[in-house]
Design a protein around this ligand. Structure first.
Ligand SMILES: [Fe+2]
Ligand SMILES: [Fe+2]
Length: 370
């Protein structure tokens, strides 16, 4: 079956759409800013980009030049169907135009019609209430993360209510389903930093729930996890996303993210000290070998210790386009080997979260669409 290539500018929207399209066709999501990924055998391109934004349209045109063959249909998803929007869509070469918030069956029918008019598989789209709930939760957390990182990158204020709403979505999802369902969706995020932050946040929420934290403590830890790498918004993308080994100088630059992030939050105010502490200290180790302050055990509070465990575990199980994630067991074995650096009791308890990461009988039947 030929691939659908989804071109979008927002990762949260892209992952949500990719899920919907994957019900009927293999779908690959590529950001319009990605100039390196090549997708084979494209049968249709779906573009979800704000056509009233000249810069984004420029990127979309470049992406189409790169990916689109002469006979490949292009479905443009638009915010409204005004004459002006339709004209813009057809000006960039759209074969058809559809409202971006169309119901899933409408989207599926449009896609199948463009790829194969004789295909009847889109006539029945399966019931997806549990899956839709989980997807919406990831989408909301991803949208909150986008807002937070955008604000940090522009030196604008980070809205505490956006952080709280994003954390609440993650907690609600992790109360209803095992963390495995969260991982299955978040692994589809191509952007390294977004995938990492959403993995850490999901793991922190699951950890807090397993530990029996009260609602306020669950919310505090999950919010801290959502914010923990906010300083990366200030690190040059070519260093942040560098595929190979970092030089010593590049590593020094990356390591500034903890201090930068904490300073951003402290200067603007409105966030609890515990949360600022997580952002600054999540790379500290109990033996004093971490950064930025080389703190020792006595000076590292529990909320930081919890986040550090989630942060390291998330980094180990991240999925890249070129490799499968490390297995939950192997990643947990590495945590256990970090003796003297991580809290031993909390690490041992994290075993319960790891078991859920394995999936199994209790995992909701989410579709696999890697
Ligand atoms: Fe970090
Ligand atoms: Fe991190």
């Amino acid at each position: 079956m030929r691939n659908v290539l989804l071109l979008a500018d927002r990762h949260a929207d892209g992952a949500w759409l990719q899920y919907k399209i994957s019900k009927v066709r293999p779908c690959r999501f590529v950001s319009i800013h990605d100039v390196t990924t090549d997708i084979p055998d494209i049968g249709l391109i779906v573009a979800d980009v704000a056509l009233d934004n000249e810069v984004l349209v420029k990127f979309l045109r470049l992406a189409l030049e790169r990916h689109r063959a002469a006979n490949t249909p292009l479905l443009c998803l638009v915010k409204n169907k005004t004459h002006q929007t339709r004209t813009q869509a057809y000006a960039i070469g759209a074969t058809d135009v559809l409202l971006a918030d169309s119901p899933t069956p409408v989207l599926i029918r449009a896609i199948t019609k463009l790829m194969d008019p004789n295909d009847r598989s889109a006539d029945t789209v399966p019931d997806d209430s549990d899956e839709a709930f989980m997807l919406r939760s990831v989408h909301e957390a991803g949208a909150a993360l986008t807002d937070i990182m955008d604000a940090a990158g522009r030196d604008a204020a980070i809205a505490p209510d956006v952080v709280a709403a994003g954390a609440a979505s993650v907690l609600e999802a992790c109360r209803r389903f095992d963390i495995r369902a969260w991982l299955d969706i978040v692994w589809n995020y191509d952007d390294v930093t977004y995938q990492h932050c959403l993995l850490v946040t999901g793991l922190a929420a699951a950890f807090a729930i397993k530990l029996g934290f009260n609602a306020a403590d669950c919310q505090r830890l999950t919010s801290a996890a959502l914010l923990h790498d906010i300083g990366k918004a200030k690190i040059p993308v070519n260093i942040l996303n560098k595929p190979g080994r970092l030089t010593d100088d590049e590593m020094k630059i990356i390591r500034t993210h903890a201090e930068i992030g904490a300073n951003l939050l402290a200067e603007q105010g409105g966030f609890e000290d515990d949360i600022v502490s997580v952002v600054r200290h999540h790379h500290e180790h109990l033996d004093g070998a971490g950064y930025p302050d080389g703190l020792h055990a006595a000076d590292i509070p529990d909320i930081v210790r919890l986040t550090t465990i989630c942060d390291i575990y998330a980094a180990l199980i991240e999925r890249r386009s070129y490799k499968e994630p490390m297995s939950p067991d192997s990643a947990f074995a590495i945590l256990q080997d970090m003796k003297g650096k991580l809290d031993p009791d909390l690490t041992a308890f994290f075993h319960n979260v790891m078991l859920d990461c394995r999936g199994g009988e209790s995992t909701p039947p989410l579709a696999q669409y890697a």
